[in-house]
Design a protein around this ligand. Structure first.
Ligand code: AR6
Length: 180
């Protein structure tokens, strides 16, 4: 599913984030940038050791929740990996929505600064970090839509989700945030 906004497009695809050929792909990282399972494990496995090496050299202090840092993409087709740190879900009243939106915006600002035309996001925080899928989809769709309406680029924001349940949630969320 694709939504055209004039200033840029938002789309949802079901698949593997590591296979995307967008200029940047987003990693669902942790504050230590230490690697892990899920998206993080898949990106480091497919991208090779150069990504972790650069991460350790440049960001030895890690990255706070709600932030994002950039590395090259090793063996991946993308040019850049933007490592975003989403919040751990603690019930929703401890700043998680603002932190998820901040992490998403940090990625988009990096992408624009790097001159990226396109960026792929996974469903940040909805795996190991337990953020409810429907709420994360709403949050990420709204944050990206607001961003590409008010900034020059990226031209394409793609949400890459693993399964059909997530795809349906992101499609619903996109339909709901599109201006009528
Ligand atoms: N492509 C697209 N989506 C994926 C892929 C993939 N290859 N693999 C998993 N997903 P998660 P988080 C989906 O756990 O919740 C790591 O250990 C998955 O179904 O990767 O932000 C890190 O090191 C889920 O919907 O990220 C951190 O410690 C979504 O991607 C921690 O997990 C995100 O799941 C971050 O947890």
């Amino acid at each position: 599913m694709k939504v055209r906004l004039g200033t840029g497009d938002l789309e949802v695809v079901q698949g593997d984030i590591t296979q995307q050929t967008t200029d940047a792909i987003v990693n669902a990282a942790n504050t230590a940038l230490a690697g892990g399972g899920g998206v993080d494990g898949a990106i480091h496995r497919a991208g090779g050791p150069a990504i972790m090496q650069e991460t350790q050299e440049r960001y030895s202090a890690g990255c706070p929740t709600g932030g994002a840092v950039v590395t090259g993409a090793g063996n991946l087709s993308a040019k850049w990996v933007i490592h975003a740190v989403g919040p751990v879900w603690k019930g929703g009243r401890q700043g998680e929505p603002a932190q998820l939106a901040a992490a998403c915006r940090a990625c988009l600002f990096h992408a624009v600064e790097l001159g990226c035309q396109s960026i792929s996001f996974p469903a940040i925080s909805t795996g190991a970090y337990g953020y409810p899928l429907d709420l994360a989809a709403n949050n990420l769709a709204k944050t990206c839509m607001d961003f590409i309406r008010w900034h020059r680029g990226p031209r394409l924001v793609r949400f890459v989700v693993f399964d059909e349940v997530a795809r349906l949630q992101f499609e619903r969320a996109l339909r709901e945030v599109v201006p009528k």
